[in-house]
Design a protein around this ligand. Structure first.
Ligand SMILES: [Zn+2]
Length: 558
């Protein structure tokens, strides 16, 4: 028999002897009480708000207990959150889940604005709840979603609540911005610092020591994953809740101007107060502020500036792969800076070519009339190491000089074949190739001018003839074999397309001038222009010697 009704049989009063069966609804007893939940929310962590929350909670508890036929299904509270993104309201989400699981029959909330902060959300959740048979009562608006006609009212009230939320976040924004304009930054958790009071931030030595170590290691040429490994090996807990180090957390630290005591304000801004979506403020759509010497630095300005240059030269997201030779490696034809480029997929190598004089022009062919050529990075390193070896053999400098001290400092690493930025910065004036007596460039001899006025050469042993930098006038096609510098290249058809392809590729190289304006470090203290060279992406190599490059990256940057 069903729980909800019972069938009673009685004898008909009209026709004696006739049994009449009727269905009677069973009235539910106290155990079938309506389970009522309450939802409370305060939007800040202020003491006043906290006590108001407690008052609200106890009021709801009392109301539910005193109401006949009601039973408390739980009080759900969220606090200290701005409330515009419903997904972050943990207790609210739990309440929705409990309602879905059939644990709640009815919900009481103070007002539509406390329930959800925009019309769409309010309607979404109340409709959802109604589908599960759960009604919501909004105390302030006296709306019961159990009755269908209330939807209209609800829409209107929710719309008002949304407008209110918008103005609150606008006010908040204005407040923070006017503080920025007065040079008062907003504290955000920064590894290495602790906030003593609102405007007083102090280095926290255990973490500050780690920050110094990170900068030193990076300056010393270590890659980010190597630094992560070193920190993990020493059991140093990382920043953030999980205490794990990531390459990107190191990158954030290395870029952060707070470590030199400065604060950049309005680095990003909120574009949508409903989703809290933020946008990088690179173009200063919103006024940016920069305050120098705001607090005690952890890193000196020179170290920071050098690190910024290294980061810039090494940032593949910007198409910059200029590390470490940009600035020192010079074109053998015109003496301008050479730029690094990733050769198309077939070559899988980083190589250097003439970047021409700095100009607004983007295509390499428009910037320079130098012959097209590529020297693989690998061979430049080889030549520099050999030149360093020759320097060590023949150096006339007196022992103990500044130059010799720096030379000693870098010696071990360079002898191991590791050339990095600080070595070049400390010791090298310029690097180029020698011109032979016939006026042609000797690609196998690298000339390094050292900062002590000495000059040594390094020998380069190319593994394949096709790797020797080829210029158009030194290349010729005989039959199906391509001859570079008078020597046949190793392949046949492929080599033809590869050498031909290089020339085409070179013409289409996009060279972009500095990204310096994007970064405070580069603006104020570094002032070195780092170009990004964007290589066109290979999409098709035609069979009639026609090579097409569809510049995906180039198109994106137009
Ligand atoms: Zn040149």
């Amino acid at each position: 028999m069903n729980d909800n009704y019972m069938i009673t049989g009685t004898e008909s009063t009209m026709t004696p002897g006739l049994q009449v069966f009727t269905k009677t609804e069973v009235k539910k007893g106290r155990s079938k009480a309506i389970r009522v939940a309450a939802y409370c929310r305060v939007s800040t962590n202020l003491e006043a708000q906290k006590s108001s929350l407690e008052i609200q909670m106890s009021a709801y508890e009392r109301i539910i207990h005193q109401h006949p036929g009601w039973k408390l299904a739980g009080i759900y509270t969220d606090r200290g959150l701005s409330g515009t993104a419903a997904s972050r309201r943990v207790q609210f989400q739990k309440m929705i889940e409990d309602a879905k699981a059939g644990k709640i029959d009815y919900i009481i909330a103070k007002s539509t604005s406390r329930f959800a902060r925009n019309t769409v959300d309010t309607l979404k959740y109340t409709r959802m709840l109604r589908e599960w048979g759960v009604g919501v009562y909004f105390e302030e608006q006296k709306i019961d979603t159990g009755s269908i006609t209330s939807e209209m009212l609800l829409t209107i009230h929710a719309a008002f609540a949304q407008e209110e939320s918008h103005s609150i976040s606008e006010n908040l924004k204005r407040g923070v911005r006017s503080r920025f304009a007065m040079g008062i930054p907003k504290w955000s958790t920064t590894y290495g610092y602790r906030r003593i009071s609102n405007d007083v931030w102090e280095p926290y030595e255990p973490e500050a020591a780690v920050v110094r170590r990170i900068f030193d290691m990076y300056l010393d040429g270590h890659k980010l994953p190597e630094i992560v490994q070193a920190l993990e090996n020493d059991g140093i807990p990382g920043p953030g809740k999980k205490n794990i180090w990531f390459a990107h957390s190191l990158s954030t630290i290395l870029h952060n101007e707070k470590y030199i005591g400065d604060v950049a304000m309005q680095k990003d801004y909120t574009i949508d107060h409903m989703t809290h979506k933020r946008k990088r403020n690179r173009d200063a759509s919103v006024t940016r502020y920069y305050r120098k010497d705001h607090h005690t630095p952890i890193i000196d300005r020179k170290t920071f500036a050098d690190v910024q240059v290294m980061l810039e030269m090494n940032d593949p997201h910007k198409g910059a792969i200029q590390y470490p030779f940009y600035g020192t490696l010079r074109c053998p034809f015109c003496g301008e800076k050479m730029v690094a480029v990733s050769l198309p997929s077939r070559w899988h190598h980083q190589a250097w070519t003439c970047g021409g004089p700095s100009s607004e022009k983007v295509l390499r062919s428009e910037r320079t009339s130098c012959p097209q050529f590529f020297v693989k990075n690998f061979y430049v390193v080889e030549g520099v190491v050999d030149a360093f070896r020759n320097l060590c053999r023949n150096l006339q400098e007196k022992p103990g000089s500044d130059f010799v001290a720096k030379q000693e400092k870098h010696k071990d690493r360079v002898m191991r074949g590791e050339v990095h930025y600080m070595f070049l910065l400390d010791l090298v004036e310029s690097i180029s190739f020698r011109e032979g007596e016939d006026g042609k460039v000797r690609w196998d001899t690298l000339v390094v001018r050292w900062k002590c006025q000495a000059e040594t050469t390094g020998h380069i042993e190319y593994r394949r003839a096709s790797e020797i930098p080829v210029t158009k006038d030194s290349a010729e096609l005989r039959g199906m074999v391509y001859y570079a510098n008078g020597e046949p290249t190793n392949g046949q058809t492929n080599a033809y397309y590869s050498v031909q392809g290089l020339f085409e590729f070179c013409d289409k190289l996009m060279i972009h001038e500095s990204f310096a304006d994007e970064k405070v470090g580069s603006m104020s203290s570094v002032g070195i222009l780092i170009p990004a060279v964007l290589a066109p992406t290979t999409t098709k190599v035609g069979f009639e010697g026609e090579v097409k490059y569809e510049g995906a990256k180039a198109a994106r940057n137009k």
